[in-house]
Design a protein around this ligand. Structure first.
Ligand code: ATP
Ligand code: MG
Length: 376
């Protein structure tokens, strides 16, 4: 659907993808880029906000410009490697860019953008130039530029040197609103920040995107991934267990698939899966989840831990456990949904978006319990 819509010259609408961590948003964008690259009239540019080191406006400008140039390189007759250009002093960049068959203003823009971090101060308004560059190059080369910005809401975290905040979204909306040859596709992992950007009626990009939720894999695809490289029998119960554990989140399914492939055996049943999951939490749990856990407030931590350890999913049960009125619990459950940790299954029933995170919480606390018993 994305490839079809994005390459239809009559349509001028990009996509906003949202979905929890590790669900496959970046993979989807990269796959779309791969397919769009095959077309003469479309130039896809993929850039993830997570690739930035310093997270400054200057760095964003420079890196995105470099990415745009890389994709347009052959169409512009640019022979040097863009990576090399980034290292050159301004004078050398000038020499190379001057030779490109482009309007003088565009050449100036490229030059400025590439050497931008050699300039001291850069205000948020300067990002206008990068977005304009995409549009200008698209016009010059008679193409459509599809700008894919992965983890887009993080753009509000850019520094100049203070955090720019939400106004940069409005700014981009204004710039992009005038463009006819550039399509924007964005993705984000947290519902709350995607609300702020595009999903809620008060957000700058409301109704400017085709919004798609990236959903977990269905069971039949889980089976497909698991059995792809395996020539022995994996029982239905084992597949059920994998599906239940992973919630169909491809990152975990892939991990289990790899583990199975490495342990050569005659048959795989649900007990093997149980062991692999334990191994996984042991090896990767802390690396994956520590940060997700630390961004929670003390109260939120208490709630998710209670839910994980006691396996409860109703605010009333949480309230009873914490000995407080249910009205004190609701706001925090709400916040946890915004942060993408919990989701509402049906009325009054809440569960973890990521079942492995739940298991990690449970395991972490049980371990702690055991240790405490040992020492007291
Ligand atoms: N459709 C798919 N089929 C099989 N595996 C997939 C699929 N999509 C993604 N994966 C695998 O899942 C893992 C996570 O995917 P990806 O990084 O795209 O997710 P993400 O939503 O961008 O996550 P993050 O929040 O970390 O950015 C990758 O290792 C990828 O190989
Ligand atoms: Mg990603």
């Amino acid at each position: 659907e994305m490839v079809k819509t994005l390459s239809d010259q009559k349509l001028l609408m990009g996509f906003a993808l949202y979905g929890p961590r590790r669900i496959g948003k970046s993979s989807l964008l990269l796959e779309v880029r791969r397919r769009l690259r095959e077309r003469k009239d479309i130039v896809p540019v993929y850039f993830s906000l997570w690739e930035l080191d310093q997270g400054t406006i200057a760095e964003f400008n420079k890196e995105l410009t470099a990415r745009i140039l890389r994709e347009y390189k052959h169409r512009l007759g640019l022979k040097q490697r863009v990576d090399d250009l980034l290292e050159y002093p301004r004078r050398a960049v000038h020499g190379i860019i001057t030779q490109l068959k482009l309007k003088a203003e565009i050449r100036e823009d490229i030059e400025l953008l590439l050497t931008y971090d050699q300039e001291p101060k850069q205000d948020p308004g300067s990002i206008k130039r990068v977005f304009q560059l995409a549009e200008e190059l698209a016009i010059e080369t008679n193409t459509r530029c599809v700008l894919m910005l992965d983890e887009f809401p993080d753009i509000t975290e850019l520094k100049y040197p203070k955090k720019v905040g939400e106004r940069i979204i409005k700014l981009i909306r204004t710039i992009h609103g005038r463009q006819k040859h550039t399509l924007l596709c964005i993705s984000g992992s947290s519902k709350a920040t995607m609300n702020m950007v595009a999903l809620s009626p008060t957000s700058p990009f409301y109704r400017q995107f085709l919004i798609r939720e990236v959903k977990p894999l269905q069971k039949k695809y889980v089976r497909e991934i698991i059995t792809k490289n395996i020539d022995w029998n994996v029982t239905d119960k084992a597949i059920d267990k994998i599906y239940e554990f992973t919630g169909g989140i491809p990152y975990y399914v892939q991990f289990i698939g790899r583990q199975l492939y490495m342990h050569d055996r005659k048959k795989t049943d649900e007990h093997d899966i149980e062991n692999i999951i334990e191994e996984f939490l042991e090896e990767e749990g802390n690396i994956l989840f520590k940060r997700d856990y630390e961004v929670l407030s003390a109260k939120e931590k208490m709630i998710v831990e209670a839910m994980a350890i006691k396996d409860i999913n109703k605010p009333s049960q949480i309230a009873r456990m914490q000995r407080e009125p249910i009205t004190n619990v609701y706001p925090f459950v709400e916040k946890l949904m915004e942060k993408g940790v919990l989701e509402r299954k049906t009325k009054g029933i809440y569960c973890f978006v990521d079942p492995i995170f739940k298991r990690w919480l449970k395991r972490k606390n049980i371990d702690k319990g055991v240790k405490n018993e040992k020492y007291t």
